[in-house]
Design a binder for this molecule. Structure first.
Ligand SMILES: [Zn+2]
Length: 172
């Protein structure tokens, strides 16, 4: 069995809020992203699923864009964390369930935000021809991620926002 040679792509740029970014992606599905020299941890699985059926060069370029997208859309997960915190203080859900579910919802928000950035800035993510099964897989990715991001967040952040509200005290 012949193996295709590994391909790398490096991209140095800045986010809209001025953070210097370095992205290195490879056809081995090991990708790295640095924001101002600090490496950001990242799961490669999303790119593996989302780029199925695309030619190698398009795959690498869209993957690099996805990694950059994580930093470009940073305010989204920050706002999400605040929403979760508000939901936690509302104690709508038992504590032992809250944080594991919050972690899943938060990861999903990160991915939805980064991949939305890809779709908004490079139409090939949606329009480039790919086999029907790969197109369905990409649709499935969107469905699951949106469900986790929106559904779980709604579950965690909704509910009573003033848990400590006391009944009005009687006038003396
Ligand atoms: Zn990602």
């Amino acid at each position: 069995m012949t193996q295709e040679p590994l391909e790398y792509m490096e991209w140095r740029t800045r986010t809209w809020y001025g953070l210097p970014v370095r992205v290195v992606v490879s056809s081995s599905n090991v990708h790295r992203v640095w924001g101002d020299g600090i490496q950001v941890p990242h799961v490669g699985l999303v790119n593996l699923i989302s780029r199925q059926g695309l030619p190698r060069n398009v795959r690498l370029e869209l993957t690099a864009r996805h990694e950059l997208g994580h930093l470009q859309t940073l305010p989204v997960p920050l706002v999400h964390a605040l929403l979760l915190w508000r939901g936690y203080r509302g104690k709508h859900i038992p504590k032992r369930w809250f944080w594991p579910l919050a972690l899943v919802a938060h990861q999903a928000i990160w991915e939805v935000a980064a991949e939305s950035y890809v779709v908004a800035t490079d139409p090939r993510a949606v329009r480039h021809p790919r086999p029907a099964w790969a197109r369905r897989l990409y649709g499935f990715f969107w469905f699951i991620m949106a469900l986790l991001a929106v559904g779980l967040t709604w579950l965690l952040a909704s509910g009573e926002s003033k848990p400590n509200a006391k009944p009005p005290e009687d006038e003396p």
